[in-house]
Design a protein around this ligand. Structure first.
Ligand code: GLN
Length: 192
């Protein structure tokens, strides 16, 4: 049976994730309630504004549900989603996160002038060309990586893609280019 891949649809760039999943013939389900989450085999937390996504998730009881979901089921977080997955946010006003992925991130850390930029980095997708066009929008920087966490993507000298067990985290927005390989990688490596 076709797997159901949830996309957390509280705020941010969820529709484009759903469209990317459609492009690779996957079933993308918008998730706004605990019941919808329960029906999914995997979840994507999109980019957007981490504080807003967190607030809305807390308000409708999804925060703890996602935390439990992410203890075993495949979960991909991009940009704001990565911030929510991180165990540690180095920010004086840091709020509690899901604390699932053993990394530390710094919010909006790529400099004030260049809040957003596009650059070709490299991701080890285990087949073929590692070059990947990466769109960074007020992106978090991964500033520390725990022992069990694998670094699989780089842009200049920065780590921008990590994985650990059932978790995949990216500091850029893979749904904003026509390249579907990150979503395909998530499906192949985490859902089968
Ligand atoms: N800086 C944003 C935050 O703190 C993340 C930006 C993004 O997701 N594009 O949530």
């Amino acid at each position: 049976m076709k797997k159901r891949i949830g996309v957390l649809a509280l705020q941010g760039d969820y529709l484009l994730h759903q469209q990317t999943l459609e492009k690779i013939k996957q079933n993308g389900i918008l998730v706004r309630t605990k019941e919808e989450l329960k029906s999914c085999d995997a979840l994507i937390i999109p980019g957007g504004e981490s504080t807003t996504i967190r607030k809305l998730a807390l308000e409708n009881g999804l925060f703890d549900a996602i935390k439990n979901f992410g203890k075993e089921k495949p979960l991909m977080g991009t940009c704001a989603g990565l911030i929510l997955l991180a165990k540690e946010v180095s920010d004086s006003k840091a709020e509690e996160t899901l604390a699932l992925l053993d990394i530390a991130v710094k919010r909006t850390a790529y400099g004030r002038q260049i809040h957003s930029f596009v650059q070709v980095g490299k991701v080890n997708l285990q087949n073929g060309n590692p070059n990947f066009e990466m769109v960074f929008i007020r992106a978090p920087k991964i500033v520390n990586v725990g022992k069990t966490v694998e670094r699989i993507g780089f842009c200049d000298d920065e780590v921008v893609v990590v994985r650990d067990r059932n978790l995949l985290g990216l500091s850029f927005h893979p749904e904003l280019t026509a390249d579907t390989r990150i979503h395909q990688y998530f499906v192949n490596q985490f859902l089968n």
